[in-house]
Design a binder for this molecule. Structure first.
Ligand code: GDP
Ligand code: MN
Length: 385
């Protein structure tokens, strides 16, 4: 689960990490009022669930409240496209207005979960800022990485080594040690998958400050953080993904034309592979789970049909816990309810498979049953080509 910059900043500020003064605005009038409060000179920042905003015109330094208001008018409602959003971009509905800070130096700092070692690892660089990806690719030796032992935790001497490696000395170095230790506490206590400050800056006045923050919570830990769901901004998600979430379906939009309804993630991946093998392009990855009910299958079917890119549907179900006739009923119910005109190819196997196939073939829908996975995949691909 991703947060907005302003939410991430609220969290790190609560852990003692300095951030610029700021206000979240929902209208361009609020942008103007916030800018006035900070004396006119301020930074207007589009809040979307993606980075790279600076280079895409989503972070702007302004000098007067009226100018801030104009930028607000321009940004609100706009779909901001950055190198992280994909071509559709993400809609700007919240704007963070912050007092402008004079920056002397910029650093990159993050703590993230390293899946290979199953440990948190700290990443820091004295170069980077908005070009951190380039530094990582071209001169990886400039990036300091420290794997944190979960038993001992992050020790102050280790944080100090990092601060020194960043070229900080004296009281700034000690401020940085505390900041790093505090960021580690954020990760532990909030169950973060990622906590990133980019850029971390030294201001011209000589203070350490987080100018940007990104936090991703570990979805598996949501059950122990009652505050998480309220922090979710659903406007940043694909509406079909939200709907899928409500019914506990794993749905991911892809860019092909074949809608896939499958039970089990492994089977879903195998299905995509087989479709590709025969030259087909899947429109989505949709896993209804092992023990899907009739209602769940019906919801999944409706989600697939709401995607305009879908030109045909491929159902690949193994009825182990689920009976094939029950699944067939779910499909027929949903297809009739939304008047599905698209061709459907079904590959089913498992308990009560004959009953299931019979129900489908007698349903009056534009449906065919394949004899095997390969046969069924070939059928749907050739129907659409
Ligand atoms: P991102 O591009 O989405 O990562 O957005 P950031 O919040 O990191 O902003 C992009 C860049 O704008 C930063 O790397 C800074 O260099 C610059 N920036 C952000 N806030 C300020 C500010 O208050 N003063 C100045 N001078 N630059 C800022
Ligand atoms: Mn940034």
């Amino acid at each position: 689960m991703n947060l907005h910059e302003y939410q991430a900043k609220e969290i790190i500020a609560a852990y003692g990490i300095p951030i610029p003064r700021g206000r979240v605005a929902l209208t361009s009038d609020q942008v103007e009022r916030a800018a006035k409060e900070f004396g006119g000179r301020c930074v207007v920042k589009a809040q979307i669930h993606a980075g790279g905003r600076g280079k895409a015109g989503g972070v702007r330094l302004v000098h007067h409240p009226e100018q801030a208001q104009d930028v607000g008018k321009e940004l609100f409602g706009k779909r901001l496209v950055t190198h992280q959003t994909g071509p559709e971009g993400l809609k700007v509905r919240r704007i963070l207005v912050e007092e402008a800070v004079e920056i002397a130096r910029e650093f990159y700092l993050s703590i993230t979960l390293d899946r290979a070692s199953s440990r948190y690892c700290l990443i820091a660089s004295a170069e980077g800022g908005v070009d951190i990806e380039e530094v990582a690719a071209k001169s990886p030796e400039k990036i300091h990485i420290l794997t944190i032992d979960p038993f001992f935790g992050l020790r102050p001497y280790q944080a100090r080594q990092i601060a020194l490696a960043l070229g900080l000395a004296g009281s700034l170095c000690e401020d940085c040690v505390n900041l790093i230790l505090n960021l580690y506490r954020v990760c532990l206590e909030k169950d973060c998958f990622l906590a990133e400050i980019n850029p971390l800056v030294v201001t011209k006045a000589g203070w350490l400050m987080a100018m940007d923050a990104k936090i991703t919570f570990d979805d598996n830990a949501i059950f122990r953080h009652r505050e998480y769901p309220d922090m979710m901004d659903y406007s940043q998600l694909d509406p079909l993904e939200i709907n899928a979430g409500k019914y506990d379906l794993a749905y991911i939009k892809l860019d092909g034309t074949i809608g896939c309804l499958v039970n089990g993630a492994g089977l879903a991946m195998a299905t995509l592979d087989v479709l590709k093998e025969f030259g087909g392009e899947p429109a989505n990855f949709l896993d209804v789970g092992g023990g899907a009910s009739r209602e769940k299958v019906a919801e999944a079917f409706k989600i697939i049909l709401q995607d305009d890119d879908v030109k045909g549907i491929f159902v690949n179900i193994f009825g182990g816990i689920m009976r094939c006739d029950v699944i067939a009923q779910g499909i027929i119910e949903a297809a009739n309810e939304v008047h599905c005109p698209l061709p459907i190819v079904v590959r089913m196997d498992g308990s009560r498979v004959e009953e299931g196939k019979k129900l489908l073939l007698e349903s009056g829908l534009n449906v065919q049953c394949g004899d095997s996975l390969g046969d069924a995949a070939q059928r749907i691909v050739s129907m659409l080509s």
